[in-house]
Design a protein around this ligand. Structure first.
Ligand SMILES: [Zn+2]
Length: 240
């Protein structure tokens, strides 16, 4: 309902320009594109050029999550030019509040139903209050993906890459990407799975439920929808 009301007050010409303008042609910051959206509701408008570090709350978190996060970190660096590294150092203990969270550190936890809901993982992104860039924060990946056999698929490759897609989905939130879902069928509701898709039916990693590629070659990587969003978020830092 909120979205419908908003649409009526934004001039149609502005909406058309937002939809039509390719990200690289914009003179100012851009907060949404085809298949991606900035996490402005969490106060994140950009990615800083300063390096980020991903670390872990436990050895189990490190063992299970590091491989996927290392690939994702390399991809984010390739796409944005921002150095993102995965540290083997542990940062045990509970998740600090954002006011106490270390700058540019993203700590991954491995937990059974971190939000209390079956199948769900969660991210707690923080923002730099001075400029609205991604500050860091924490994410908790649900242990059910390992403890429940064939959680995502009976095909072991598909099972692994879909799990990797969820891990990097949470990382995407920490880097300031929100869910990419939009009201594509114009029924006034933004529903689960309501995201753009490619010709193979693959949706953005940042769709909810989590999208992404399902093949061994491309699974666990940000898609051609997500990657331009990450790139634009880095640009936004200079454009704001
Ligand atoms: Zn999400």
């Amino acid at each position: 309902m909120h979205i419908r009301r908003l649409a009526t007050v934004v001039p149609a010409a502005v909406l058309a320009a937002l939809a039509a303008a390719p990200a690289h042609a914009a003179d100012g910051p851009v907060y949404a594109g085809k298949g991606w959206k900035a996490f402005t509701s969490a106060g994140i408008y950009s990615i800083s050029p300063d390096p980020y570090v991903i670390d872990f709350a436990s050895t189990t978190a490190r063992d299970r999550l590091a491989p996927a996060l290392k690939r994702a970190a390399a991809q984010i660096t390739a796409v944005t030019g921002v150095k993102v590294t995965v540290s083997s150092k542990l940062r045990p203990g509970a998740r600090p509040s954002c006011s106490e969270a270390p700058r540019h550190v993203m700590t991954f936890h491995y937990k059974y139903r971190p939000t209390g809901k079956k199948g769900m993982s969660h991210a707690w992104p923080c923002t730099a209050s001075v400029n609205g860039s991604a500050w860091g924060g924490a994410a908790a990946v649900n242990s059910e993906y390992w403890t429940t056999r064939h959680y995502f698929s009976k095909n072991s490759t598909t099972n692994r890459v879909r799990r990797d897609n969820v891990i990097i989905h949470e990382l995407g939130h920490l880097f300031g990407l929100a869910h990419a879902n939009t009201d594509r069928d114009r029924d006034g509701r933004v529903e689960g799975g309501e995201c753009v898709q490619n010709s193979a039916g693959r949706k953005p990693v940042m769709c909810t439920p989590t999208g992404g590629y399902h093949t061994a070659a491309n699974g666990g990587q940000y898609t051609t929808f997500d990657a331009p969003g990450l790139k634009q978020m880095r640009r936004n830092y200079d454009l704001r």
